[in-house]
Design a protein around this ligand. Structure first.
Ligand SMILES: Cc1ncc(COP(=O)(O)O)c(C=O)c1O
Length: 388
């Protein structure tokens, strides 16, 4: 059980807004905020390099905390400034060339798909889109049938930005292992709301951000890269932190995932994110999942009862993201009206989900995303905004 009063007392934002935009950026809890601000103060008082040196022990906890969260080893974790760059660092490192094939799905995140398109044009590989099954999630059997000798990579988004769907990521992982394919999983929207174990998921690379369900600061993210594949990857960028200049004309990448980092980074943010991971672990990811799913299920059911609204989440398993459309009011207007009443949501548009929304003939949805610190009472107040 989560002590809701305690976590809300830790979250001053709860006193000002009904925050149903956790898939955008969650409200930071006080210990995370304090970790960031205290380090900024230290930087102001003693100097940035000196402050980092003083915080070196806590900075190491970034790796150990994420290792615990993901069932990984600390040397398989890299700090990256956001989920997109984390995903890019893994993807652009992969040995993909002319004639190779990449499997992905309509739910793939917009920036990932843009990178796939750019690199397909530049490197000459082909993108194969796996169809959805009857639930709207990636069809694992169809994926198995589409694997050919030229298939090298599966790129999958665990939870898409545009809906409550949870893709069967572990089943895909088993397939990837069976066929010896690289497997890159975007866990940006699942980390912090669902338990993730990289061994169970079977992924070689997993990317995520700090500010969403992990409740960390903005401008922070991470990348997991399995020891199994690190040596096969050639990072697209290099600097004095990721590599050693061994001789005048030679260099070596650092062992482990540090080769995907860069030297200059948001140290206070990294400390804040390390703290956010500990905060989530202290509560327990399994209980977080239960609470988030229960709140979202309740919200979906209540919205579904309203005559003017249709809920659009796909998937056999759903999570804390709830998407819906109002027949009489455009999504942007709904979001603005809610915002004026102190309720935060976001909208999701076709331009950010062309494959998925194109196939479902959708233009815009309201996205209301709940976290464990939200309450049943907040859901009631949210529903009242659509009454009458
Ligand atoms: C599924 C998914 N992947 C990746 C991203 C990108 O994250 P970031 O903005 O931290 O780069 C998002 C952001 O909304 C997302 O929803």
């Amino acid at each position: 059980m989560i002590d809701i009063e305690a976590v809300r007392a830790d979250t001053p934002g709860c006193r000002h807004v009904i925050h149903f935009n956790n898939a955008g950026a969650s409200l930071m809890p006080d210990p995370v905020f304090a970790a960031v601000v205290e380090h900024l103060e230290l930087e102001r008082n003693i100097g940035g390099y000196e402050a980092a040196k003083q915080a070196s022990g806590e900075l190491e906890q970034f790796y150990t905390n994420f290792a615990r969260l993901l069932g990984a080893q600390p040397d398989e974790i890299a700090y990256v400034e956001n989920a997109t760059r984390a995903w890019d660092m893994a993807f652009y490192s992969l040995p993909l060339g002319k004639g190779d094939r990449v499997l992905t799905h309509d739910s793939e995140y917009v920036s990932n798909y843009l990178a796939l398109l750019q690199q397909a044009q530049r490197r000459g590989f082909e993108i194969d889109l796996v169809p959805s099954d009857a639930h709207g999630q990636v069809d694992v059997d169809a994926m198995a049938d589409m694997i050919r000798p030229a298939t090298k990579l599966i790129a999958l988004t665990h939870v898409p930005t545009q809906g409550g769907l949870v893709n069967p990521a572990a089943a895909v992982g088993r397939l990837a292992r069976e066929h010896g394919l690289f497997y890159l999983l975007d866990a940006c929207q699942s980390v912090g709301q669902l338990p993730l174990d990289v061994k169970e998921l079977g992924c070689h690379m997993l990317s995520g951000t700090g500010r969403k369900f992990l409740r960390g600061p903005r401008g922070t993210g991470f990348l997991y890269v399995s020891r199994e594949v690190t040596e096969q990857l050639d990072p697209p960028f290099i600097d004095l932190h990721s590599a050693l200049w061994t001789e005048e004309q030679s260099f070596e990448f650092l062992p482990g995932a540090k080769r995907f980092e860069n030297w200059e980074c948001y140290v206070a943010g990294r400390l804040g994110l390390a703290r956010a991971v500990r905060y989530a672990l202290d509560i327990g990811i399994e209980v977080i999942e239960q609470r988030v799913k229960a709140l979202a299920t309740r919200l979906r059911a209540r919205l579904g009862e309203l005559p003017d609204l249709t809920v659009h989440d796909l998937g056999e398993e759903t999570c804390g993201i709830v998407t819906f459309r109002c027949a009489s009011e455009p999504a942007g207007d709904v979001a603005a009206r809610l915002h004026a009443a102190g309720i935060n949501v976001s909208t999701t548009t076709r331009a950010a989900a062309r494959l998925d929304f194109g196939r479902r003939d959708l233009d815009q949805l309201v996205r209301a995303s709940v976290h464990y610190y939200n309450t049943e009472n907040e859901i009631d107040r949210f529903i009242e905004m659509f009454a009458g």
